[in-house]
Design a protein around this ligand. Structure first.
Ligand SMILES: [Zn+2]
Length: 439
């Protein structure tokens, strides 16, 4: 027994030497990037740390690495599911023009899951060719499972599988020079996260008009990975935005019913306040500057605020509520009226059309699209006419003291204080770091 043990110990260096030779051999034969994988494939028991392979430089006669024909164009796009969405509408937004793909999903046992589980907020990712044909599709059924469809010469195939990795957390900080997107681009922050920043702080900042040069923000966010590959941006966990010298913070907090929402660090819910602008902020609208400015007219005669915006721009609900009416309404043209808590109603007029599923009785969440900017009714050009009433009396939404947001329920206060103090410490660390250190 003793002898056998000694024997095994004695063999080890020899084996390592053999593996080393193999690796060096492989390096000479194969393209270096592939060689490591190849060698490990042959010697699975070898400890990687022991090896330290020496690099051997030797001129190789390699063929020119240029593709025989131009590579087919592939476009990757992803969209969040909106309330009332359909797979067809999502495909259109993703640039998928492929009726056969839709037919496949409808007829396929695994693919059908997407029709049954079209939950607002979930992510759909599509890869398309130059004619809009679907090459692959990924739908995140939840944070731990996804459905995949892929195209091969034989046709479409689908499968459902588990997401294999926990989300990775990123820390970034940036200063606004010209626009939010210029800053996020420079910091390597994905658009989906930039839009979430705008959404999280939309109750304090109208990102169309309020941003100032020198404003800065810090953000802690998740990115979802699967098998080492980035699959989608995740959620913002904590963030701070300093606008015109005033600092606003937000932290994601999950209540005891599993509902997640953003709170200020003092414990007031951000979502319970009203948005500063009912015109959706996007990469497109961010470049328009003054075109999205609220226009004040003679207040008494006008009873509303006009937001200049190009036709078709999405109009969003300024707070959670129920649709009271959605339809033609005299001089207002196409209009939506929403009832919120506290006797507050909001009205959105001159719309060119309504968002899918928006009708009397529909429950809408803050920030959800309800219609599109137009010029129906008495309107000289496309703009959004926005009214804000408290107990039936018109108020100027840009000036009225908006109702206080609801705080974290008392029973959750201890957990929240813990989460908020961690968030505060993290935000401070990120804000005081050089951007490069946190890449
Ligand atoms: Zn107006």
């Amino acid at each position: 027994m003793q002898a056998q043990k000694a024997d095994i110990l004695a063999q080890r260096p020899a084996r390592t030497g053999w593996a080393r030779q193999l690796i060096l051999g492989a390096m000479l034969l194969v393209v270096p990037a592939l060689s490591v994988l190849t060698a490990f494939g042959i010697a699975p028991d070898t400890s990687v740390a022991d090896l330290e392979p020496t690099l051997v430089r030797q001129p190789l006669d390699l063929p020119e690495l240029s593709p025989p024909q131009p590579l087919p164009e592939r476009f990757v796009a992803q969209e969040r599911v909106l309330r009332g969405d359909t797979v067809a509408a999502l495909f259109e937004r993703l640039g998928v023009r492929d009726p056969k793909a839709l037919d496949f999903l409808r007829g396929d046992a695994t693919g059908r899951a997407i029709f049954r589980q079209l939950v607002p907020g979930r992510m759909l990712q599509a890869e398309t060719g130059s004619d809009g044909e679907l090459l692959s599709l990924r739908y995140y059924l939840n944070a731990s499972a996804l459905m995949e469809v892929s195209r091969s010469p034989e046709g479409f195939a689908s499968r459902q599988r588990a997401v294999t990795e926990a989300p990775r957390v990123f820390y970034k900080t940036a200063t606004i020079g010209s626009s939010l997107f210029a800053a996020t681009d420079a910091a390597g922050i994905p658009d989906a996260i930039a839009l979430q920043i705008a959404r999280v702080f939309a109750t304090d900042i109208d990102f169309h008009v309020d941003l100032r040069k020198g404003d800065r923000f810090s953000v802690v966010y998740e990115m979802l990975y699967d098998s080492g590959e980035l699959i989608a941006p995740g959620r913002i966990l904590a963030a701070e935005f300093v606008n015109d010298g005033h600092a606003y913070q937000a932290v994601l907090f999950r209540d005891d019913e599993g509902e997640e929402s953003y709170y200020s660090l003092d414990g007031t819910s951000r979502a319970k306040a009203f948005l500063r602008s009912p015109v959706e902020f996007s990469r497109v609208s961010s470049g328009f500057g003054k075109r999205f400015h609220p226009i004040f007219r003679n207040w008494r005669a006008h009873t509303g605020v006009d937001f200049a915006a190009p036709r078709g721009t999405r109009v969003i609900a300024s707070a959670d509520g129920h649709v009271v009416s959605a339809g033609r309404r005299g001089g207002y043209g196409n209009a939506v009226e929403i009832r919120h808590g506290g006797g507050i109603t909001t009205l959105y007029a001159h719309l060119s059309g309504f968002a899918r599923g928006v009708r009397a009785g529909t429950r809408v969440r803050q920030g959800e699209p309800i219609g599109f900017v137009g010029s129906t009714g008495f309107a000289t050009g496309p703009h959004l006419h926005y009214e804000f009433k408290i107990s039936g009396i018109h108020q100027n939404p840009m000036k009225v003291a908006l109702p206080k947001a609801e705080p974290v329920p008392a029973r959750l206060r201890p957990q929240f204080i813990e989460v908020a103090s961690q968030a505060r410490a993290t935000i401070e660390r990120v804000a005081n770091s050089s951007p490069a250190r946190f890449e």
